[in-house]
Design a protein around this ligand. Structure first.
Ligand code: DGJ
Length: 751
């Protein structure tokens, strides 16, 4: 709900309140963001007295000697007038920086939300919007601050429109989507960082003094730092932030000399300069923010809900995502139609639902040095073309999916020979190379048209259910002129291309990818309901990657594959069942040579797909949470309605540990009874090495108990002994190194 009762704007969601006020000087200030304020009468009690004296710090004017811009809680700051903290806008005209004094001009409240682009959350009756206009007539500048309120999810979207009402061009060097000043408190900033094959590992930055910056300069949202950020303090107060944008972003948290925290999020000012022509406007992307008293776990749950409901859209929004097999790690570039069909046979008999043909299906693509841009099926490799192959795969009862990498061009390609000027580059020097490939300039209309036509022809040439849209390099060497505008234009052009293609093929399930998870963000999720999380499919490495990703994104949007052992990324050996236990907390797939699996692994695979389908609603629609017991043991939970999937995840097997592990479920309700059962796994006898002479497999322990919520939550349910060097019986748990076990927890009755 949004209310204006002079001088306050009060935005409330089911659990939070966000308050601003118009001051008697005609400026806009922030009052508070936190737990819901139930009576407006409380607002003046929350407001600071404004009587603090700050020595030599500049004050607004002689009539306001205790109004120190450096210490005010702001909604936007342009700097240059006594607020020395980071600014959220920076504007230039004729070589000079503008120092605007933004004064309140008016407001508008309406149901729904502005149809802004870059991609935004859906407009419908569940959202209402407040627009506040601030202006500085001396510069002919107006700023419209926008707040869209999603009550049920405790989410507020922030964005801004800059209007040039003057006769001259204004240069925008920075226009951040969100500025939030938190009055006080010791906060830790959590960011999600990494590199290729190590995406979104959580990092804690204690905010003591100075500025902590999280950003991407890669041209895409990037794997180095995701735009997802949380601030959390010791009292369990947490704020969550994300940005609906796929290009360069910057999030910064600054501790002011007086202990205030200023958080800013938006397009990265690095390399950015937008020319705002006279009479024109500039829209920032939307920033998403939430607030919770249950720490960042609570803020994360709000984000998972919000993204599932209002970012992901299209015909696959709420549909169960199919279990797929992808041939990449099974074959890489070395495949024939025969090999593909053999994999498809195995997949069909194992209960897999979708076959994805990855890189290498088009003419000239025998390795990663050539052919990007051409998109003509390789007739030598696929004698019956894509249609012939797709038909055969569909006959086996599978859906058919295809890999493409449209935004790229190889020098060794027909496309480059015909259109060398379509490559992103500057004229004075050679562009840097990445995986032997270059970026196509999709900001050119003719390039977008070429891609749309080419891809449309491929997508309609066969019965296609799924497309993996890859992007395997970062963007460099932005062309002149106006290269300060290039990266933002690239992102906007990507969105128009995706809009065109996904609207033309509404039934296709699109999966984003960028060398794994190099572009995992809310902008992309507006067009593609799921994204390839990481090229690293190792079960142990995946724990941190998936935990980090699930902090901001729902499990259905995150894809995870069971791959080979030893892992192709780190050579770690692991059990097929343990790999599944990690991968199934996401949209599940397989990416290994199904034809060369042992009998035990084939059996395990069949049981896994059946288990996954039985519990798919929980695993794909549930809310994720975790409990870290020690560096050696943690629990994952996915809860949907009365059912929870819990995974106990172990790092190393501890010999002679002398204790039983316990299953805790922090969300168990005191007055309820629960039924807990373990998923039974196939344990190949080869795991016992020379301790067993037998061949074949044993089944993991049978475990089924009824227990009260009180015990599950507070005491933990003893799970029985693990194999620790002596004695084996049928009930002993054999997890081993990097092992895990899944428990199905069902709330069965109220006590
Ligand atoms: C990078 C992706 O992340 C992989 O899954 C695979 O599709 C390769 N590209 C193919 O070139």
């Amino acid at each position: 709900m949004i209310r204006f009762k002079a001088p306050y704007f009060h935005l409330s969601t089911s659990g939070t309140s966000y308050v601003m006020k118009i001051t008697e000087r005609g400026t806009l200030e922030h009052v508070c963001y936190g737990v819901r304020i139930t009576s407006d009468e409380d607002i003046p009690c929350i407001e600071e007295s404004g009587r603090i004296r700050l020595g030599t710090v500049p004050y607004a004017d002689e009539a306001h000697q205790t109004v120190f811009p450096e210490n005010l809680l702001m909604e936007i700051s342009a700097g240059g007038r006594g607020d020395f903290r980071s600014s959220s806008i920076e504007l230039w005209k004729d070589g000079s920086m503008l120092i605007p004094e933004l004064k309140y001009e008016g407001y508008r409240i309406y149901e729904g939300k502005a149809d802004s682009f870059p991609a935004s959350a859906l407009a419908d009756e569940t959202v209402s919007t407040l627009e506040i206009t601030l202006a500085d007539p001396s510069y002919g500048l107006a700023v419209i601050l926008r707040y869209s309120v999603y009550e049920e999810e405790d989410v507020i979207l922030r964005s801004m429109r800059l209007e040039n009402r003057s006769e001259d061009k204004i240069g925008i060097r920075q226009a951040s989507s969100l500025l939030l000043d938190i009055p006080y408190g010791d906060f830790t900033l959590y960011s999600y960082d990494g590199a290729w094959a190590r995406e979104r590992h959580e990092t804690a930055h204690e905010l003591k003094s100075g500025i902590t910056v999280i950003d991407s300069k890669l041209g895409i949202s990037g794997n180095e730092h995701n735009p997802l950020v949380f601030l959390e303090n010791h009292r369990g107060e947490a704020y969550g932030f994300n940005l609906i944008y796929s290009g360069n972003h910057m999030e910064s948290a600054e501790v002011s000399p007086f202990g205030r925290i200023r958080f800013i999020s938006g397009i990265n000012p690095y390399g950015f300069m937008w020319n705002l022509e006279a009479g024109s406007t500039f829209e920032t992307p939307e920033a998403v923010m939430t607030c919770s008293r249950c720490g960042r776990a609570g803020a994360s749950a709000n984000f998972q809900n919000f993204v599932r409901k209002y970012i992901i859209r299209g015909s696959w929004k709420d549909r169960e995502r199919p279990v797929l097999v992808n041939n990449w790690e099974a074959t890489y570039f070395d495949f024939t139609q025969e090999k593909i069909l053999a994999l498809a046979d195995e997949a069909a008999s194992a209960g897999i639902e979708l076959f994805v043909l990855d890189d290498g299906w088009f003419t000239g693509r025998r390795n990663d040095c050539a052919a990007l841009g051409d998109w003509e099926p390789d007739r030598e490799r696929l004698p019956e073309g894509l249609k012939g192959l797709a038909d055969r795969i569909i006959e086996k009862g599978l859906m058919f999916g295809l890999w493409v990498e449209p935004e790229m061009i190889s020098i060794n390609s027909e496309l480059f020979r015909k259109h060398p000027d379509w490559m992103v580059r500057r004229h004075e020097n050679e562009p840097v190379v990445c995986r032997h490939q270059y970026v196509l300039d999709i900001t050119k209309r003719e390039v977008q048209d070429y891609l749309f036509e080419k891809l449309s022809a491929v997508f309609s040439s066969c019965c296609l259910s799924y497309v993996k849209w890859d992007m395997n390099r970062t963007i460099t060497d932005y062309p002149d002129p106006d290269n300060g505008q290039f990266l933002h234009r690239y992102t906007l052009s990507l969105y128009s291309l995706l809009d065109r293609i996904t609207s033309a093929f509404p039934e296709i399930l699109f999966e984003g990818c960028a060398s794994g998870g190099n572009r995992f963000d809310l902008g992309l999720l507006c067009f593609m309901p799921q994204i390839w999380t990481s090229d690293n499919t190792d079960l142990h490495d995946r724990v941190a990657i998936q935990e980090g990703t699930l902090m901001g994104y729902p499990s259905s949007s995150m894809t995870a594959h069971v791959a080979a052992s030893p892992s192709h990324q780190c050579l770690r050996r692991s059990r097929m069942e343990s790999r599944f236990n990690i991968a199934c907390f996401a949209t599940l797939g397989y990416e290994l040579d199904l034809c060369s699996l042992s009998m035990e692994d084939k059996l395990a695979l069949r049981r896994q797909t059946a288990f996954y389908k039985e519990h798919r609603t929980v695993l794909q629609r549930g809310i994720f949470s975790k409990l870290v017991i020690s560096s050696n043991q943690r629990f994952w939970y996915m809860t949907y309605g009365k059912e929870t999937m819990a995974a106990e995840i172990q790092t190393l097997n501890e010999c002679h540990s002398g204790r039983e592990d316990r299953l805790f479920f922090p969300d168990a309700k005191d007055g309820c009874m629960y039924e807990v059962s373990a998923r039974r796994e196939i344990i190949p006898l080869s795991e016992y090495g020379s301790l067993s002479k037998g061949k074949g497999y044993v089944e993991s322990e049978e475990f089924s108990m009824k227990v009260s919520g009180n015990v599950l939550r507070n005491y933990g349910l003893p799970l029985g002994p693990q194999f620790t060097g002596n004695g084996v019986d049928g009930d002993m748990r054999l997890l081993g190194d990097f092992g895990s076990r899944i428990y199905v927890i069902k709330e069965i009755e109220n006590l």
